[in-house]
Design a protein around this ligand. Structure first.
Ligand SMILES: [Fe+2]
Length: 257
């Protein structure tokens, strides 16, 4: 219970400052929650998100949940719980299909977005237009970076460019949010400037550590290199710390015996 309480406070409050950067041109209040890691973070969202929607008069909520099920992927039951708690959209990441049932579930649940450039044959979609509480259109898209990632992915910049050209702000959509999921802050920042003036929000995920660079870019796009995680901070990026510490300290991938 102590861990659950800890996750409630740290996981959700870490994103308050980002929420404050809502796209003012249309007065849309968007909450973005970074990588949900494991049971404690899921429980925090289920118990608090509905109240936060009311208290903060939120118009739209996006939750990155690619690590919500045991820290690796997202299963159908946990996706349903997060959506029922008040998320309008769930984004995933490089672990999008670690839980195999997501391969089929994503086809039946349009509120879940996987990366645009994940794989040619991947099920689901990497971008979709949603409606907020007042019927305004918001584009949500997710893209994977290429730097320091364990697997190669297609060019994220051309993928995002195509989507933003198809859905210009003030045209088919009143707001747009790009979740850029990767390791390198330089690549994320490049994506922020690439989208500046064309997207309402560019926000990073994947590292589980919030960055202190929340800003409005010159042409008006709200940007933060990483929103950080919703999870237990007495951990190594949300995971129970003993095993990753052993690997770092010993330099060995497997324990003896
Ligand atoms: Fe990731």
């Amino acid at each position: 219970m102590g861990e659950l309480r800890h996750a409630k406070v740290v996981g959700l409050n870490a994103h308050l400052h980002f929420w404050g950067m809502r796209h003012r041109a249309v007065g849309m209040r968007i909450l973005f929650l970074g990588d949900v890691v494991g049971r404690a973070a899921r429980a925090a969202i289920v118990s608090q998100l509905s109240d936060l929607r009311q208290a903060w008069k939120l118009d739209f909520v996006v939750v990155n949940a690619e690590n919500a099920t045991s820290g690796a992927g997202l299963n159908a039951a946990h996706a349903k719980a997060i959506l029922e708690a008040g998320a309008d959209c769930i984004t995933l990441g490089d672990h999008a299909f670690d839980q195999k049932e997501m391969m089929t579930f994503i086809e039946s649940e349009p509120r879940i977005i996987r990366p645009l450039n994940y794989a040619k044959s991947a099920p689901g979609r990497g971008a979709r237009i949603f409606s907020d509480t007042r019927g305004r259109k918001i584009l949500v898209a997710q893209v994977l970076g290429q730097v320091f990632m364990k697997r190669p992915f297609d060019d994220p910049f051309s993928a995002v460019d195509q989507v933003l050209r198809s859905h210009p702000l003030g045209g088919s959509v009143q707001a747009s949010l790009i979740d850029v999921h990767c390791e390198a802050t330089s690549e994320k920042m490049g994506m922020g400037h690439f989208c500046d003036g064309r997207a309402s929000v560019v926000v990073g995920t994947h590292t589980h550590v919030p960055t202190g660079d929340a800003m409005i870019l010159p042409a008006g796009t709200a940007y933060q290199s990483d929103a950080g995680m919703c999870g237990d901070y007495n951990s190594v990026i949300g995971m129970e710390k003993t095993e990753p510490m052993r690997r770092f300290i010993t330099g060995m991938a497997c324990s003896e015996g």
